[in-house]
Design a binder for this molecule. Structure first.
Ligand code: ZN
Length: 134
């Protein structure tokens, strides 16, 4: 894994949280995007090398809706940038980590992504992400 790509924060309202974090960072978000496969609307802030992703559920079955129901708003996942997501998924599987999908999925911000089950990572939801070639 190369570096932390972003930290994902689950929020109830993307609109009010985007204003809140814009005030906190003294900087506007650069992108809002809906990810249909995950049932979320995301909003990204860039801070130097790092990004913060806010996530709001678009329906009750969304993983974000379930997360907020159980734990409330807060840090949801840490995303790590990888150069070859398929190779990394294979390696982690061999190491005994539980992947949440067999294939990389289309994520927000032009990325291929895969999540690791928090049961196999000390309760931390980890996202692998690889930039798609333009
Ligand atoms: Zn993410």
């Amino acid at each position: 894994m190369n570096k932390i790509e972003h930290i994902g924060i689950a929020v109830k309202s993307i609109d009010s949280s985007t204003s809140l974090f814009a005030k906190l960072f003294a900087k506007n978000a650069y992108k809002r995007e809906e990810v249909l496969s995950e049932g979320v609307i995301t909003e990204f802030f860039q801070l130097g090398d790092n990004k913060i992703e806010l996530l709001e559920a678009t329906h009750a079955e969304s993983p974000i809706a379930k997360f907020i129901e159980k734990k409330g708003e807060g840090i949801h996942h840490i995303a790590f940038e990888v150069s070859d997501i398929v190779a990394e998924m294979k390696r982690l599987k061999q190491e005994g980590f539980q992947l949440l999908s067999e294939e990389p999925k289309n994520g927000a911000d032009n990325k291929l992504v895969c999540f690791l089950h928090p049961k196999s990572t000390n309760g931390v939801l980890i996202e692998l992400c690889q930039s798609k070639e333009a």
